[in-house]
Design a protein around this ligand. Structure first.
Ligand SMILES: [Zn+2]
Length: 142
């Protein structure tokens, strides 16, 4: 991992940005002014927990990652440019917030439900941007 990711743009700038370490990602949430829970993505029209309008809510960045709930190996690409086979999982990225993500491990044997994952920047084939992938948290710390 020697590529300078800071020169690349996020593929989905409304969802995440490069963290201070230059490799992992911060996710962008909206903090509800009424119930103080986090909603994702930040540009959702209302709080996903209580429905309160979040147009004026504060946007907060939190280290991207979460708890792996379940996962499946995909043998065809979900989106153009996605390698196959790849592993997709449901990841709880905040209290009551579950997102689907790509998990960058060689095979499912490296995974188990309940493990901690960290979001990292993955350079895309286009060469000028990065996407989001998840790796086991202890791997990201290396
Ligand atoms: Zn709320």
């Amino acid at each position: 991992m020697t590529q300078d990711l800071t020169s690349l743009k996020p593929q989905r700038p409304s969802l995440y940005r490069l963290a201070a370490d230059g490799r992992s990602l911060d996710f962008l949430f909206t903090q509800c002014p009424a119930c103080h829970a986090l909603s994702f993505p930040a540009n959702a029209p209302g709080c996903m927990h209580c429905g309160h309008p979040t147009a004026d809510a504060e946007q907060v960045a939190r280290p991207g990652g979460g708890t792996l709930l379940e996962y499946v190996t995909l043998h065809v690409p979900l989106v153009p440019g996605m390698p196959a086979p790849s592993i997709a999982g449901d990841i709880r990225i905040a209290e009551q917030v579950v997102e689907e993500g790509v998990i960058a491990v060689d095979d499912e044997s490296a995974l188990h439900p309940g493990m901690a994952l960290r979001a990292v920047a993955m350079p895309l084939a286009s060469g000028d941007s990065y996407g989001c992938a998840f790796v086991p948290a202890q791997e990201a710390a290396r």
